[in-house]
Design a protein around this ligand. Structure first.
Ligand code: ADP
Ligand code: MG
Length: 704
């Protein structure tokens, strides 16, 4: 990037956003398209043609040769297939073509994407449909050649969702519909209500040379072996620490690339674990935030490479230091700009806020199993339910002020919580206004001033699932509230009824509110007493998708039908099995081809040493001999646990049914993997550094 350019000079230069639209479309086309986007109106074929024309011109001017319908299949990543703009006319001349039809609808041979039984094998076609509310963008390679990306939803011939995006869009519609209905009753007019999302992305950066030497990282994204170095994260000296040069250069280039893609990369800092960092953009609508988060992850990987770094997005790349999450900040805003979860100066007077706020709390309590489910993937197993943030029990932290407010409403008292000030005690430091809630870093869902922060989501996961869930469960609660309020004509009665609903919802669901330490054993006991959901593993979480109450919820709001839920259940189980299959095989390979040979060689050296020393003097060599015995004992254990894992893996492979397999992985394979690792880590600690076959945690986490 040229020196001294301002961010605003190039922000969004590769996005077909408002500026580009206005430049490449006539005023009528622009206005019509805005109407479609802002008001969810259908897109006519005539308009699609005009828009396609403008997009083509813009793309060609920006060096694009191809376009692609970009979608998010159920693998959780993104998919693309490029088509060149080139075509031939009747006389065989090359022309550049991009029509409304190609813009709005694509066809992909979907047979290799997971469908979980939705798509019959004879019907391999899948369709991609333009999501015009998420802008198209251009990705350029280092030679300046670009591909135009069109965000799309991916469906089967019968319109069943084969992706993560379609249910998200449906849930946004459900939330908008229900929130508008409630707002209408409350006398607030708007055209659309939008869930806003800000996803904070945690990640690790490690040296690429180390990465290449670790078979486990290359195949599974996490270390399957590794003893703790003498220093970990215990001093918290990495959190918010000054950012070193190489990482700083990476961050600068990452930001620049993201800004060009119209992504508002805003905050960056070092995280708790060594080599861990975070990036947060400014929030946007849920579907755009979801798309952009995919781009953030992709760009992180790409840019890291340039600095001989590797970006790890796995939830738990290293045992015994913090893993990575993705905090999902979620709120609801009207198209007129009102954040419905903003308490304002005096929340006890703000009935609209209180109604929506208690609706969210009630939704999280009633559908806690789905909330847990929405953050479940194999990588996250090592965070949730492990002894790390956040725990697998769903609870909500709302802060003392709001708890006081709701308690008072429940008791029929009045409270006045005007904004308090924090006095710093330093005369020249201005007093700070106090947020409506403090932070409780241990809570899985925390209300942080004007949004709910859901902290369970895994770092590698798409934001689509948690937001589909939040949108739907809250739509349901709001819908129930509206049903109680509809038909009341007098304002006085309406006001009373609103207070009554807030009171009842709070009373029924306040068991989900918790302000203590979520990591404590005491909380596990207390939560059990309160009857809260505590699902501590993925497989049980996946089962919630087949629960009657949950199927009814998703069907009612037309987010998923029963078949779509069953297909997801199957795909998740399948993915779980495949993930641990790869991990188990990787471990076996590393042990047999890297660790065992190294240990065997070392034993040989020790044995030779003992013999030579004893030849010199029979009294010599006692330490060597003792060490040899220790190493040999561990080597025997290693062999034993290797075989146990091999057997468990064989049992799982033969189980046939995917659900049975998943249980065998959970109950037999994973424990065997842990045992094998344990022994290996002990060996690592007594074996010379130069003998150990790959870089250790000390090398990787504290690289130069
Ligand atoms: P915190 O320090 O509590 O994490 P930040 O202000 O740093 O809060 O915000 C964290 C993330 O939350 C950012 O991505 C931010 O854009 C996002 N955020 C802020 N307000 C909202 C909102 N109303 N809806 C959704 N996300 C929001
Ligand atoms: Mg935060």
């Amino acid at each position: 990037m040229e020196q001294n350019l301002r961010i605003t000079d190039y922000f969004g230069c590769y996005v077909f956003g408002d500026d580009a639209m206005q430049k490449y479309m006539d005023a009528t086309t622009y206005a019509e398209l805005k109407e479609v986007i802002d008001k969810n109106r259908p897109l006519s074929s005539d308009l699609a043609n005009r828009v396609a024309d403008a997009m083509k011109e813009w793309a060609l001017d920006n060096g694009a040769t191809h376009y692609t319908h970009w979608f998010q299949p159920l693998t959780g990543t993104t998919a693309e297939k490029h088509d060149a703009f080139i075509s031939v006319d009747k006389s065989g001349h090359a022309i550049l073509e991009f029509t409304g039809k190609t813009l709005s609808k694509g066809e992909a041979d979907a047979s290799s994407f997971p469908s979980g039984g939705i798509r019959a094998t004879f019907e391999a076609r899948g369709y991609t449909a333009w999501d015009c509310s998420s802008p198209a963008f251009i990705k350029k390679n280092k030679n300046g050649v670009g591909i135009m990306y069109i965000p799309t939803a991916f469906c089967s011939y019968n319109g069943e969702a084969l992706d993560k995006k379609t249910p998200l869009l449906r849930s946004m519609e459900a939330l908008s519909r229900e929130a508008k209905r409630l707002l209408h009753i409350l006398g607030i007019v708007c055209d659309k209500v939008i869930p806003s999302v800000g996803g904070e992305q945690e990640y690790f950066l490690i040296d690429k040379d180390d990465y290449k030497k670790r078979t486990d990282l290359r195949f599974t994204g996490r270390t399957l072996f590794g003893a703790m170095p003498p220093k970990g994260q215990e001093k918290n000296d990495q959190y918010y620490a000054s950012i070193r040069e190489r990482v700083g250069l990476f961050m600068a280039e990452l930001n620049e690339d993201l800004w060009k893609l119209g992504i508002t990369a805003k905050t960056q800092h070092n995280e708790v674990a060594p080599a861990q960092h975070e990036l947060a953009p400014i929030f946007s609508s849920a579907n755009i935030a979801t798309d952009q988060n995919q781009l953030i992850m992709e760009t992180m990987k790409k840019v890291a490479d340039k600095y001989n770094l590797t970006c790890l997005l796995h939830e738990k790349p290293f045992a015994n230091v913090n893993g990575s999450g993705k905090h999902n900040n979620w709120s609801i805003t009207t198209d007129t700009g009102i954040n419905l979860l903003k308490p304002g100066k005096n929340p006890s007077e703000n009935k609209v806020f209180l109604l929506f706020f208690t609706a969210v709390i009630a939704a999280i309590d009633e559908y806690a199993d789905l909330v847990r489910m929405s953050a479940s993937n194999p990588g996250n197993e090592f965070r949730l339910g492990g002894n790390e943030a956040p725990p697998s029990i769903i609870s909500v932290y709302i802060g003392d002020d709001l708890e006081d407010t709701l308690n008072a409403i429940e008791d029929g008292r009045t409270v006045d919580i005007a904004k308090q000030r924090i006095e710093t005690g330093v005369s020249y430091v201005a007093p700070l206004s106090k947020d409506a809630s403090d932070r409780n870093r241990t809570s899985p869902v925390a209300f942080t001033g004007n949004k709910f922060e859901f902290r369970m989501v895994g770092s590698s996961a798409t934001l689509a699932n948690p937001n589909t869930t939040f949108n739907t469960i809250v739509a349901e609660m709001i819908s129930r509230i509206s049903s109680q309020l509809e038909g009341i004509s007098s304002q006085d009665e309406l006001d009373k009824k609103v207070v009554g609903i807030i009171k009842t919802l709070y009373k029924q669901h306040k068991r989900i509110i918790y302000k203590g330490n979520n990591y404590s054993r005491e909380w596990v006991r207390e939560a059990k007493r309160r009857g809260l959901v505590n699902i501590d593993n993925c497989i049980d979480a996946y089962e919630t998708l087949l629960d009657k109450k949950n199927i009814a919820l998703f069907e009612k709001h037309k987010v998923y039908n029963k078949k779509e839920l069953a297909s997801r259940h199957e795909i998740y189980l399948d993915n779980y099995v495949k993930t641990y299959n790869i991990e188990a095989l990787t471990m076996l390979t590393i042990v047999s081809r890297e660790i065992m040979p190294a240990v065997v060689r070392y034993e040989g050296e020790l044995a030779l040493g003992v013999r030579t020393l004893r030849e010199v003097n029979t009294k010599l060599g006692s330490v060597q001999s003792a060490l040899l015995a220790d190493v040999d004992t561990l080597l025997q254990q290693l062999k034993y646990h290797y075989e146990t894992l091999e057997n468990a893996h064989a049992v799982a492979s033969k189980a046939g049914d995917v659900k049975k397999q998943a249980y065998i992985y959970r109950d037999q394979v994973i424990p065997a993997m842990n045992e094998l690792r344990n022994v290996s880590d002990k060996l690592e600690n007594i074996i010379p550094k130069n003998v150990w076959p790959f870089p250790t945690y000390a090398d990787i986490l504290f690289y130069e």
